[in-house]
Structures are given as structure tokens and as C-alpha cells.
Design a protein around this ligand. Structure first.
Ligand SMILES: Nc1ncnc2c1ncn2[C@@H]1O[C@H](COP(=O)(O)OP(=O)(O)OP(=O)(O)O)[C@@H](O)[C@H]1O
Length: 257
């Protein structure tokens, strides 16, 4: 297993000392597990993720990656281990897709200007993994929203992280590419944390789920323990029905006002 063990201990954050947007959150994620962070708009999912990829320094608590506090590590060492795909996309539109993906190699000592044969192979592998081979020489700015999203995931994979953080990874993606991202997440063999809006998807692809509500972590654990009708109704202010699909016998949530 190449994933990292993550221990989040009483992490809170706010833009200033007096304001708390994220109330103390604690969880322990085994190496190689997939964690889905779910919750309504504004629940605090992205804020929590920002404390995990070393963007927001926690106001309290610690984020331990294989036992090391990420705020006591050099930023470059964190970047060698943690990759994040964010909702905001880069503005370096003039770069080609291959050059954007090659930026993922930078924490390892090389960028698109240099880089040896191994870097080139890793970049090519990431392009192929995200089905971007035919777009490799295109300008990033000319891509569609979904193609850009896939390029950002490819850049993160080129980073060869031990922890991959994805903020709404299925945004912009059509059904096929959503399924492909899920398959990729399940097959990666590294630790993955993804914020997800689709609760059926979270139930299907996550080992653990963290439910956020108003900046609080209200439940953490296996999907069938966290994604209950009562939890979802309280966190999203909707009515929920859990149905069994036939003939697959798969459990499926439907939602109503
Ligand atoms: N730097 C900041 N200063 C002030 N408020 C902030 C800041 N960052 C986030 N917020 C607020 O904190 C709350 C949580 O935001 P966050 O982006 O974490 O939510 P989210 O769960 O990711 O939502 P969404 O599903 O809409 O993306 C929101 O009300 C947001 O407006």
C-alpha cells in the first residue's frame, strides 16, 4: 500500500481569532482508504479540505500525515506527498495539457522545462490514465470544463501523491467520466479524500464518510452508518427514501422536499 495514514485531531479554522467556520473535527483514516466528505452547500467541506492540503493553518489541532504534522514539514515535502484537485482551476491557459500535467512533477525536482525520461513516462501515464492522450498538445484554455477537470486530475496523479484530495471531482463531468473517476478513485491504492454531492456515489465508492453540517462534523464512519435517512434529512433539510433497485438489489437514495 502506497497511501499515507492521516490523523486529523481537533482541527478548527476561521478567518480570524473570533470567527470559527470549522469547529473541531477529528478522524483517523487508514492508509489506502477512500473518505467521502458530504454535506449541504456551505457546510464546511472545502474549508476542511483546505486545512488538509496545507492551505489554511488550523486555529487549533493538528493534521498528521504518517505521524508528521504537515505544518512542521517543509511545504515541498508536503507537496511530494499530498496532491489536491480544486474547484478553482489554473489560469495559465497558454500552457499545453502536457505542460500542465508535467507541473505535477515539480515537487519532485523537475517541471515542464526539464525532467528526465522517468518524469516524461509518468506524465504520459497520467495523460493516458485520464484519456487525455489525444489532447496532450492542445492549449489548456481551449479545453471544455470536463476536459480541464480531467487534466487537473492527471496533474495530481503525475505528482505521485500518497494522499489525493479532490474537491468535487465529478463537477463538469458527464456520466461516463463520472464513472471513470469513481473507478479510478477505487483502484488507486493511495489514500483519497473527496468532497462529493452525490450521496449514492459516496455510498458506493467510499470506505468512510464524513458528514458535515454548519461547520461541524456530525458523523464519521462506514457509509451505511453515516448515510442514514435521519442523518441526511437533518443535514440537508430534505426528505429521504432508501429504496432497493431491481434487479441489482442495490440500495439507492431518492430525495424529496
Ligand atoms: N475565508 C473565508 N472568510 C469568510 N467566510 C468563509 C471563508 N471561507 C469560507 N467561508 C464561509 O464558510 C462556509 C463554508 O464554506 P465551504 O466553502 O467550506 O463550504 P462547502 O461545504 O465546501 O460548500 P459548497 O458545497 O457550496 O462548495 C460558507 O458559508 C462560506 O461562505
Amino acid at each position: 500500500m502506497r497511501g499515507a495514514h492521516l490523523k486529523v485531531d481537533a482541527v478548527s479554522w476561521g478567518p480570524d481569532r473570533a470567527t470559527r467556520l470549522l469547529h473541531p473535527v477529528s478522524f483517523d483514516l487508514a492508509a489506502g482508504d477512500v473518505l467521502g466528505i458530504v454535506g449541504a452547500n456551505g457546510a464546511g467541506k472545502s474549508t476542511l479540505l483546505r486545512t488538509l492540503y496545507r492551505f489554511h493553518k488550523p486555529r487549533s489541532g493538528s493534521v498528521l500525515l504518517d505521524g508528521q504534522d504537515i505544518w512542521r514539514m517543509a511545504p515541498r515535502d508536503v507537496a511530494r506527498k499530498v496532491a489536491a484537485v480544486l474547484q478553482e482551476q489554473p489560469t495559465d491557459f497558454a500552457l499545453s495539457v502536457r505542460e500542465i500535467v508535467a507541473l505535477g512533477r515539480r515537487p519532485h525536482g523537475s517541471g515542464f522545462a526539464g525532467g528526465g525520461a522517468r518524469d516524461a513516462d509518468i506524465v504520459e501515464g497520467a495523460l493516458q490514465q485520464m484519456a487525455l492522450g489525444h489532447l496532450a498538445e492542445r492549449g489548456f484554455g481551449t479545453l471544455s470544463g470536463g476536459e480541464k477537470q480531467r487534466a487537473m486530475v492527471a496533474r495530481a496523479l503525475a505528482q505521485e501523491p500518497l494522499l489525493l484530495i479532490l474537491d468535487e471531482p465529478t463537477n463538469h463531468l458527464d456520466i461516463r467520466h463520472q464513472l471513470e473517476i469513481l473507478q479510478l478513485i477505487e483502484g488507486l491504492n493511495i489514500t483519497v479524500i473527496a468532497s462529493l454531492h452525490d450521496l449514492n456515489m459516496a455510498a458506493q465508492c467510499c470506505d468512510q464518510v464524513l458528514l458535515m453540517h454548519s461547520g461541524h462534523a456530525v458523523a464519521f464512519g462506514a457509509p451505511d452508518r453515516v448515510l442514514t435517512e435521519a442523518h441526511i434529512e437533518a443535514a440537508y433539510s430534505v426528505k429521504v427514501a432508501r429504496e432497493t433497485l431491481l434487479p441489482s438489489n442495490q440500495s439507492h437514495f431518492s430525495f424529496h422536499l
